[in-house]
Design a protein around this ligand. Structure first.
Ligand code: 6R9
Length: 655
């Protein structure tokens, strides 16, 4: 397992092969430097040129960047476009018969869907939504399994100007209810159930539970896609079957022409405090971000078969399943299932069967697949691969090398892409035909992205010194605001300490002697578990909401596969439980968290104490808890602790 130490010592360099370099969309460091220079000389002109080259506008823009209400930046504000038109219609003439999606179901059956068919399905569904009264600006919650229909649902919203808010299918009824309520959504799109790893996942039932919790009075309809034959337990007048809604709809649908700044979607993500934030993205700038990164970072070629394994419930699934690949006209694999079903060969067998050229996944998946069978990729023909990518968390050099050698046969560059829900698209990543890679580093910022690492005062730090990762200039695909909470947007991302001038990413990082960026982790109380962002506060609030719990503190601990594991320190209202009692309550609390937030937030460990270690002012000493969670010796001064004996209690895990 990597530690920060092993990352710091890592300096192997992997330049692109000559063959890759000459064919690449951005070729060699000359190519990369030339783009950076253009961006430096004329920042707005640089983005305007890309905007004109890559996006099809209904009404071309004349204005590029408007900073008068900074940090509420506007890009291409007088341009109009439709994102779904860009993803579908514009490919029909030249590539109507090209597969847009190769859908592989959980059971292994696969179905190609051409651009023409996808266009028809999106149009029919968009017409269906319109027939239910959905119009421009309305919020639509998508709570769907991975599949063609999830993409159709999102694209149909984009077509009619409705703002989608996709909620990952693993989130609980409570989380779903909060998101519906915050967005005041008028419609939910779901499926009767999903299928993952041979098991059914209830979806409509969770929607029913969410609505029953109250606070979702804005909902007028629930559209249900019938994925399996299981009949819904509940069906009322607001429910509509997907197939009935679309059956009679025309296969053409005039897109709603949107202003570049009109919101395309909201996606909720965890922050350090409070409720999840509704990250709001624009239509024009966001689309450009996905397109330019498909071209530069994924070095898109028309005969590529692209596969991003992310679920559409996360930003990666938005930008690199739903929008980027379609906008650029790619053929992509969309996968319903999980990497370990029917066995750990699944990914490798899919790459071989579909002749995938570009494969994009998370370090946590790579690590778990190494554990389940480091030699399995060797049993498949992976020669179609030409480019590999990772996202979501730092990748440890050992996993990187395995990915490079065993999956990529030593010939495929690895693009380690650093970005966030808020950035909309890749920000720091190697351009694979230009930038030599180093295992564990996301390398250099993309041209036009002004990343830096600064100290508390906002001054740049020297190479080798850690600091906060910031972006110094607005970029087209950036978050526009937090839905319904502009103040929080300003405070969180453009804080006063930096005069409101720098975008604060929330990650710490350092550069090395080559200017390569190494991400060290979050500086706030956000955990990264299997590449998913979880707020410690969210899990703590869920625990404290349990009638047994008096107090709870949650920290992360390094985990071999997941990156970070969730450790919860809990004080009960009753006496501190021990033995079997402690085990039973710990199990109950785990279930409780799954119920409150979703399985992804379940603590890996629960430790009970009579109290938590606190400072004199009553603040929980999280740093101490992190040390305890790791099982390390405490070297800090604990003399101010009221009751040092609780530290001993907290060393014992109940799970
Ligand atoms: C795309 C995505 C964002 C946070 C981010 C950082 C971590 C993402 C990374 C990475 C190191 C990478 N992160 N990519 N850390 N190297 N290549 O994951 O968005 O879910 O919003 O998470 O994930 O900590 O701040 P999101």
């Amino acid at each position: 397992m990597s530690t920060i130490d092993s990352v710091l010592k890592e300096n192997r360099l992997f330049p692109p092969s000559e063959d890759f370099r000459v064919k690449a969309n951005v070729s060699g460091m000359e190519g990369y430097n030339a783009l950076c220079e253009q961006a430096n000389n004329d920042y707005e002109g640089f983005w305007a040129d890309l905007g004109r080259e890559l996006v099809s506008w209904k009404q071309p823009f004349t204005k590029v960047l408007n900073s008068t209400e900074a940090p509420f930046y506007k890009w291409f504000e007088d341009g109009t476009l439709n994102v779904s038109y860009n993803c579908l219609d514009r490919h029909l003439a030249g590539s109507g018969d090209k597969p847009a999606i190769i859908f592989e179901a959980d059971d292994g059956t696969s179905t190609p869907v051409t651009y023409r068919e996808l266009h028809q399905r999106v149009c029919q569904f968009a017409n269906g939504l319109r027939s239910l009264g959905v119009k421009k600006g309305d919020r639509v919650v998508v709570y769907m399994p991975m599949g063609v229909e999830a993409v159709v649902a999102m694209q149909a919203c984009a077509r009619i100007g409705a703002i989608h808010s996709v909620v990952f299918g693993g989130f609980s009824a409570k989380s779903l209810q909060e998101r519906i309520g915050d967005a005041r959504a008028s419609l939910v799109i779901t499926a009767n159930e999903g299928l993952r790893g041979g098991k059914s996942v209830p979806l409509q039932a969770v929607v029913d539970d969410a609505l029953a919790l109250g606070g979702c009075e804005s909902i007028q309809h629930i559209v249900v896609f019938q994925r399996t034959q299981t009949a819904p337990a509940q069906w009322d007048a607001r429910n509509v079957w997907w197939h009935e809604l679309t059956a009679q709809q025309p296969t053409e649908c005039e897109p709603e022409w949107m202003n570049a700044e009109d919101p395309l979607f909201i996606l909720y993500t965890s922050g350090s405090t409070g409720k999840p934030k509704g990250i709001q993205h624009s239509s024009g700038g966001y689309l450009l971000g996905t397109l330019v990164t498909m071209k530069w970072v994924f070095d898109y070629k028309p005969d590529d078969v692209f596969w991003c394994t992310a679920d559409v419930g996360w930003i990666t699934g938005h930008s690199y399943v739903c929008y980027g690949p379609l906008a650029i006209g790619a053929t992509q694999v969309v996968f319903e299932g999980i990497p370990t079903y029917p066995d750990a060969n699944r990914f490798w067998s899919m790459i071989a069967r579909h002749k995938v050229t570009t494969f994009y996944t998370a370090p946590t998946a790579i690590r778990s697949l190494i554990k389940l069978g480091a030699d399995l990729p060797g049993q498949h023909d992976l020669s179609s691969l030409r480019l590999l990518g990772t996202v979501g968390e730092p990748i440890n050099p050992e996993a990187w090398i395995w990915y490079h050698e065993v999956v990529g046969g030593g010939r495929c560059p690895i693009v380690d892409t650093w970005w966030q829900t808020e950035t909309g698209a890749h920000m720091i990543a190697p351009l694979p035909g230009a930038v030599a890679t180093k295992p564990g580093s996301c390398t250099l910022p993309l041209p036009g992205i002004l990343a830096d690492i600064v100290d508390e005062s906002g001054a740049p730090v020297e190479p080798g010194k850690g600091g906060a990762l910031v972006i110094k200039k607005p970029w087209p695909s950036m978050v526009r605001t937090i839905w319904g909470d502009p103040d929080r947007f300003k405070k969180t991302y453009f804080p006063e300490e930096f005069n409101g001038q720098l975008y604060l990413a929330g990650d710490s990082a350092h550069t090395d002697e080559n200017g390569y960026i190494w991400i060290m982790g979050r500086i706030d109380d956000v955990l990264n578990v299997s590449g998913h962002r979880l707020g410690t506060m969210e899990i703590e609030s869920a625990l404290v909401a349990n009638p047994l719990v008096a107090e709870a503190a949650v920290v992360g601990r390094p985990h071999e596969i997941k990156g970070e594991a969730v450790v919860a320190f809990v004080v009960l209202k009753q006496n501190r439980p021990e033995g079997e009692d402690a085990k039973r309550i710990a199990r109950e609390l785990r279930e409780w968290v799954a119920h409150e937030i979703g399985k992804i937030a379940q603590p890996d460990e629960i430790r009970f104490g009579e109290n938590l270690p606190k400072t004199r002012s009553g603040k929980i000493m999280r740093r101490l808890l992190r040390v305890i969670a790791k099982g390390e010796e405490i070297t800090q001064d604990v003399s101010t602790l009221e009751n040092p004996a609780i530290l001993e209690q907290l060393r014992v895990s109940a799970l």
